[in-house]
Design a binder for this molecule. Structure first.
Ligand SMILES: [Zn+2]
Length: 179
């Protein structure tokens, strides 16, 4: 009786692990990859904001997204507004600000710095990033961002898709691995 109960629990766990794996990971050409930063892999997203602090240029933000959007501004007083915003609010405000003129040239570099801060100052996130091993990381999205990610819509699939955030995450992972 007892052993059947244990076996049942075991089978249930096993099944959910299996479903989870199939659901979250896809295989392409034999290489395992993570192509959406949601659920189990939500911590890879710039929108991840559960109990993290990103300190950059003397200001403290609640997510990489907020810190990143703030850097679009020239003035400190404007950047400060982002310290109190959640990721969605930051993204919205980031669309309205007066963009610093060199933004397109520096944005990927700033993203790299912020992602590096995120994964080197939070031990739990560092561990989780390392647990992804050598899987390819792709920021699959539906909002047509083909610079930092790869949009999955049919139109975007025909375009150049750079996946810069995925590349930054893999670069940071490699740097932590080699450290
Ligand atoms: Zn698209």
């Amino acid at each position: 009786m007892y052993s059947i109960k244990i076996l049942n629990i075991f089978m249930l766990n096993f099944r959910s692990i299996k479903i989870n794996t199939i659901y979250r990971n896809t295989y392409k050409g034999g290489t395992k990859m993570i192509d959406e930063f949601q659920g189990k892999y939500g911590f890879l997203s710039n929108f991840y904001d559960s109990e993290i602090e990103i300190e950059y240029d003397g200001l403290k933000f609640e997510s990489v997204e907020a810190a990143y959007q703030a850097q679009k501004c020239m003035r400190r007083s404007e950047k400060e507004k982002f310290t109190k915003l959640n990721p969605s609010e930051s993204k919205r405000l980031g669309r309205k600000v007066y963009l610093r003129p060199d933004w397109n040239k520096i944005k990927a570099g700033i993203m790299y710095e912020l992602v590096k801060i995120k994964f080197t100052t939070h031990e739990d996130l560092k561990e989780k990033l390392l647990e992804t091993g050598d899987q390819e990381l792709i920021e699959g999205n539906w909002w047509h961002d083909n610079f930092f990610g790869k949009c999955t819509c049919l139109e975007c699939k025909k375009k150049e898709q750079r996946n810069e955030l995925g590349k930054i995450l893999m670069k940071v992972r490699k740097e932590i691995q080699n450290n």
